[in-house]
Design a binder for this molecule. Sequence first.
Ligand SMILES: [Zn+2]
Length: 305
Amino acid sequence: MNSKRTDRKSSLAQPKETKSANSRKKKVSPTNPKENSSKTYLPPKNFYLTQYMRKIIVQIGQTDTFQCHVCPSKPILQRRSVYGHIKSSIHEISSTKDTNAHEELVTKINELGDHNTTKYKGNKEETVEDKRNYLEFLAFAMKENFSFCQISALGKFLKKLIQNKKTSFFNLFNFDEEEISKIATNVGDVLIEELINDLNSSKYSVSIDNVTVTGKSICALKVKYLKEVEDENNKMSKTQICNRIIGIEYLNETSDAPTLCNIMEEKLFSLSDRIKENFIGITHDDASVLSGSNGGLVALLKGIS
Ligand SMILES: [Zn+2]
């Protein structure tokens, strides 16, 4: 992900970058007549805002790229991204050794921002850089086929992490698929436990649907219930509709009502008597195997409950 980000950043930054690099070349080439001017770059005089910044943001050779020596991953940055990076929470977390120098530098960057980089007067915190990073995040998520709902949830979750300064794990873990899969197995147990608690304490309905995928018949069971949750913004409790998949089962050739009834028994009612009592209704398409008054699933469920 890291390399992807850098790639995209540089391609995004290109149009303006080329322009400033060109104008730079004209200034630089007379002082270095022997060197190939296209490969030479000196940062502008006012680029380094403090001595501390000079120490931590080191130019890579004579290119328009810099390396942050404070962050553990030693990220490589385009010049235009440097200020944004210094203000980022990831960098802030890594700056605990020189908090004062860091804050002084951020103040100087913010002063610049008021004149140069702030686009919207309504919100002085929001720079052009922020706007670009936000769009980059959205573009990434959309490219990965996240739904709007998922992007929103992920964004809000990350925001909370950053506000609470709980982001140092980003530098420590690699987010390997294999590792995530192993963790998911354990997280799954915790989620099921939470679901069981929910179903024990509130009435719920079940929706059941069968689908055939590449010749295999699959039955999905979903529960719907109301849950009191705490609103993150105002700390008030609010009622939320929860939709959770409780089980997916491969069916044999026969997906008759007793089979479905057994699945409900096994996946739901066997969890506890309380859960069996809290079951108040079922939604389904109108397949006769489900709705048939004579031996349909609904009729069978009425029998057992
Ligand atoms: Zn950094």
